[in-house]
Write a protein that binds this ligand. Structure first.
Ligand SMILES: [Zn+2]
Length: 125
């Protein structure tokens, strides 16, 4: 199950990020997963929750955003979401299209809360 390795790298990224906020604790982490990345969001959530159990990060919530596969038409420049592996352009029917997104696997955001204070936002990028 490679979701375990992904959950582990997400946690690693959270810990790295948290070094910048010594007065805070993480409350929510958002990850972006492309549908072509072949990751089962539920399996990832399961692994993540199993890994943070009984740790200092146990209260963190995982938010998973699945990004659809998108192509751009080389003929007319139209960008579209691919359904059912049909990669032809819906506008001009050209088959010359190129994949522009859908294999993402990244930390989208991390929400941290200051000890004894209100929420502060933290963007990873
Ligand atoms: Zn087109």
């Amino acid at each position: 199950m490679h979701e375990m390795g992904i959950a582990s790298s997400v946690l690693e990224a959270v810990r790295t990020e948290m070094r910048r906020y010594p007065e805070s604790y993480p409350c929510k982490v958002g990850v972006r997963i492309g549908e072509m990345a072949a990751i089962d969001p539920e399996a990832l959530r399961f692994c993540f929750e199993a890994m943070i159990l009984d740790t200092d990060l146990a209260s963190i919530e995982l938010a998973i955003e699945v990004c659809p596969r998108r192509h751009r038409c080389l003929a007319c420049g139209h960008e579209f979401v691919v359904h059912d592996y049909d990669c032809s352009c819906p506008k001009c029917s050209s088959l010359g299209t190129t994949c522009i997104s859908g294999d993402e696997l990244e930390l989208a955001y991390l929400e941290v809360e200051q000890y004894g204070s209100s929420t502060v936002g933290a963007k990873s990028t």
